[in-house]
Design a protein around this ligand. Structure first.
Ligand code: EPZ
Length: 446
């Protein structure tokens, strides 16, 4: 473990319940998209409650490369001035290659503003193949010409972008956002079937509507967008980060603690709350305007094993899976987890086993309906036998959400763990070290 600098290693003295209060801000998976949407507006946009996470820094860097003036007049408030949008230098864009998946969403806005776009090879968490075929297919149907070059993708629209009738093979979040960000200023009407309808997507639609877009969300995953010739800037307060909220809720359960997550909203977390109660966790909603949140705690006694399956909204989010699995190592009996969104999102369970958990992964679709990954050699189901006493270990963080799970496991375990690669957690969790300290955890960097 010699390749990590001191700021990238967290020493965790485990075994202390997390107790106290923290606040979640705007959802990472909306904020980054709203920042891209600002490119479409002819006047400045203003976004509030933006968390200080590295994904925001990556998108800020990309916007600035394209001539957007980004200012931060007060804590969490960002202003995007798009009056001088310009082409960026390919080599400069490539500096951001590999650090995030957001650049793919620049396609539509850049095509509308500049007539061409260059997208570097993409990064993001390594949790499956993460292809972009739905994105490319949709862009082509809008009339874009996509050429793969050595360093990334060159995209042009010689005849402009025109509305299209589209149907996604799977309700992909990113592809739905791609289509929204392209269709709003394409000529004519776009009809999208089998769209993703996650709350972050609905919030992006709210942003676009504020900018002047005309978007109808029908039932059964159908979204209709009527293109308009110009859009203006927006002023928006994003929905709270329901993934971060659930991560702290799982941490409270795994450490037998009691955590008030200020800013968390019931409406975005109903499916999570159902499972939390079934496992034996307790929660209480405080809906005081501006002050509210959700208190999550372990009510004592034993947790119960469950069978669960991840799915697109309104199902149980794939990003909630890893933190909850750590809590499930403490439940009595056999829990079953079927991951149906990403084919390789259970690799992190090997580290939990090293710490004393008993988790076996399977190729079969266990406990639920057969999914796209069945019989295809992907270890995408798990059986967790509990309760297991977790002990400390040296852990290397593989990706964002699995990384936070490692952290929860280290907090729940007896003894001193060293967690390597914690900077990856900063992609999606604002000041997690400060929050851990505020909750009474014994952790130190280095
Ligand atoms: C978003 O990823 C989120 N990322 C993910 O959160 C989240 O896990 C995911 O949606 C599902 O909710 C951001 O919003 C930045 P998808 P995205 O397209 O849009 C397949 C986190 O930790 N697919 O809905 O990239 C794909 O392989 C991150 O915050 C194709 O096959 O996810 C996957 O199996 C991790 N072809 C499924 O669809 C495509 O062209 C869903 O992916 C696109 C996707």
């Amino acid at each position: 473990m010699t390749n990590y600098d001191a700021g990238d290693v967290l020493t965790v003295y485990g075994g202390t319940p997390l107790n106290g209060e923290l606040r979640v801000r705007g959802a990472k998976n909306l904020v980054s998209k709203a920042m891209v949407a600002a490119l479409l507006g002819e006047t400045p946009s203003r976004l509030y409650d933006v968390p200080a996470i590295s994904d925001v820094a990556v998108v800020t860097g990309l916007l600035e490369l394209h001539g957007v003036k980004v200012t931060n007049p007060s804590d969490g408030e960002f202003v995007f001035d798009t009056s001088d949008v310009e082409s960026a230098n390919v080599d400069e864009i490539n500096v951001h290659a590999g650090s995030s998946r957001i650049p793919i969403l620049f396609c539509g806005p850049l095509l509308h503003r500049l007539g061409h776009a260059f997208i570097p090879d993409l990064g993001g968490c390594n949790i499956g193949g993460r292809p972009i075929d739905f994105h490319i297919q949709a862009l082509r149907e809008f009339g874009a010409v996509v050429d793969k070059s050595e360093k990334g993708m060159d995209i042009t629209a010689p005849d402009g972008l025109k509305g299209a009738k589209l149907e996604l093979p799977y309700p992909s979040v990113g592809a739905t956002e791609q289509i929204l960000l392209t269709a709003v200023r394409a000529e004519g009407v776009t009809e999208l079937r089998n769209a993703a309808v996650e709350p972050e997507i609905i919030d992006l639609i709210c942003v676009l509507q504020k900018m002047g877009a005309i978007i109808k969300v029908h039932t059964d995953r159908v979204i209709e967008i009527q293109g308009v010739p110009r859009l203006v800037g927006y002023s928006h307060r994003p929905i709270p980060d329901r993934i971060e909220a659930a991560s702290w809720a799982a941490a409270a359960l795994a450490t037998r603690g009691d955590v008030f997550v200020k800013g968390a909203r019931q409406v975005d977390m109903m499916t999570f709350l159902n499972l939390y109660t079934t496992v034996g966790g307790a929660f209480e909603i405080d809906d005081t305007p501006g002050e509210g949140g959700i208190r999550f705690w372990h009510p004592g006694g034993e947790l119960k094993a469950v069978a669960m399956e991840t799915d697109v909204h309104p199902g149980f989010m794939t990003d909630w899976q890893q933190p909850m699995v750590v809590a499930l190592t403490q439940a009595r009996g056999l829990s079953i987890v079927h991951e149906t969104v990403y084919e390789r999102r259970l690799g992190y369970t090997a580290a939990l086993n090293q710490m004393g958990a008993t988790i076996q992964t399977y190729r079969e679709c266990l406990g639920g309906t057969p999914c796209r990954f069945g019989r295809r050699n992907f270890m995408h189901s798990a059986v967790i036998a509990g309760p297991s006493k977790l002990h400390a270990a040296d852990l290397v963080i593989p990706d964002l959400r699995a990384g936070f799970s490692h952290l929860i496991a280290a907090l729940a375990a007896e003894g001193t763990s060293r967690v390597y690669g914690v900077k990856l957690i900063q992609r999606g969790y604002e000041d997690f070290e400060g929050k851990l300290n505020a909750l009474g955890a014994h952790v130190e960097l280095g």
